[in-house]
Ligand binder design. Structure first.
Ligand code: FAD
Length: 379
């Protein structure tokens, strides 16, 4: 049986997120975008109302909610600003390796204090020479007595430089490729951890994205998450479980672009009538709506599979890939509906188009998603 209705709690959470997004984020989104500013004050409020750390179990300081609830919130926040929305929800991804593989003692030590305040975690995999090809990472964790010594540079790290805790993937067995990767939790204030270049991004500029550098960082052996060599499978599973909320954010941006385009089409007159009366514009709006509806359903289905503990790797990749492609197409169409004004910063749709692009790139590019989907088909 298929039931598309939400519980009262899910409806209330969605309403809370919508109000928060419209009151706290939307009025300041353009300013944060322009200044590429970390939204620490908004994060404080988001933490206060319970919109951070949603998937962390209550005993470790989170809200103990599912991926579907995270998607409902993510769509609403991203409709106001996907950079700020991602900053608020990014802990869900960065803490996922710990929730998957850390011991109760590690969770108490690293997750509980983080969830007490508007603190951030960041997931560090990408390196200058290793993006899609994760097996090429050069960051090493060398065992020396009861410590690991971490050396390497991570790049393009969301919440890099503003996070209190890093989930770092490093090679404990260089030469073994992905089989040599292990996961570690690294407090940001350890000697040898520093912040490199702040990335001046095209879109999603309100989330801090930076290089993070590890130089001779002495890390207690107890900070390893899971066994040596288990890092890559932990990473893949963490990403797969988190793709639905990224897809939901893409849906949020696309939905906001459609709303703006529909409103503008009814107000803007050319040839003596609103442009919304031209079938070319109507069909464009209709196509945008069709794509968004399809992307949202794929997203909720993937989230539901994650929550049920059912196989979700391919459905999550499909949702992320499709929703991000839809966000790019729909925001581009929204700019087209606005005509020349769509291209200037006075109107909101150019930011949406810039923001949408990121969804096709992170959490694995859409080429990599297609590779994962095809692998599942031909296996
Ligand atoms: C805004 C933003 C935030 C990010 N946040 C984080 C973060 O928090 N943590 C983190 O670890 N990383 C993060 N990243 C990095 C992101 O995960 C990588 O950019 C991504 O994995 C791609 O790696 P790359 O940029 O090195 O591109 P490359 O891997 O060099 O790819 C370049 C192009 O080649 C294609 N390509 C590569 N290999 C193949 C293949 N086998 N088949 C077909 N096509 C291929 C890619 O799809 C892409 O189009 C972020 C990136 C961005 C843009």
């Amino acid at each position: 049986m298929i039931d598309f209705s939400f519980t009262d709690e899910q409806r209330a959470l969605r309403e809370l997120a919508r109000e928060f997004a419209q009151n706290e984020i939307a009025p300041r989104a353009a300013e944060y975008d322009r200044q590429s500013r970390h939204p620490s004050d908004i994060l404080e409020k988001a933490h206060e109302v319970g919109l951070m750390n949603m998937t962390v179990p209550e005993e470790y300081g989170g809200a103990d909610l599912g991926m579907l609830e995270t998607c409902l919130v993510s769509e609403e926040l991203a409709a106001a600003c996907s950079g700020i929305g991602t900053a608020i929800i990014a802990n869900t991804l960065a803490l996922a390796p710990l929730l998957l593989a850390a011991s109760p003692t590690q969770l108490k030590q690293h997750v509980v204090p983080l969830c007490r305040g508007p603190n951030l975690a960041a997931l560090c995999m990408t390196e200058p020479q290793a993006g899609s090809d994760v097996g090429a990472i050069r960051t090493t964790a060398r065992l020396d007595g009861d410590h690991y010594v971490i050396n390497g540079t991570k790049t393009l790290i969301d919440n890099g430089g503003v996070a209190q805790s890093y989930c770092v993937f490093a090679s404990t067995d260089p030469g073994q490729g992905v089989r040599g990767i292990s996961a570690f939790v690294v407090p940001a204030d350890l000697p040898g951890v520093s912040v490199g270049k702040h990335e001046d991004k095209m879109g999603q500029r309100a989330i801090n994205t930076s290089e993070v550098i590890f130089e001779e960082v002495l890390l207690p052996i107890e900070n390893r998450i899971g066994s040596e060599g288990e890092g890559f499978s932990i990473f893949l599973e963490a990403l797969s479980r988190n793709k639905p909320w990224i897809a939901a954010a893409a849906v949020g941006v696309a939905g906001a672009a459609l709303a703006e385009a529909t409103k503008y089409a009814q107000e803007r007159e050319q040839f003596g009538r609103p442009i919304a009366s031209f079938q070319a514009i109507q069909f464009k709006l209709a196509d945008m709506a069709i794509k968004i509806e399809g992307a949202r359903l794929l997203t909720w289905h993937a989230a539901w599979l994650v929550d049920q503990g059912l196989r979700h790797a391919s459905p999550s990749a499909i949702a992320k890939c499709y929703a991000s492609d839809v966000a790019m197409e729909v925001t581009t169409d929204a700019v087209q509906v606005f005509g020349g004004y769509g291209y200037v910063k006075e109107y909101p749709v150019e930011k949406m188009m810039r923001d949408a692009k990121a969804f096709q790139l992170y959490m694995g590019t859409n080429e990599i998603q297609r590779y994962l989907i095809a692998q599942d088909l031909v296996r």
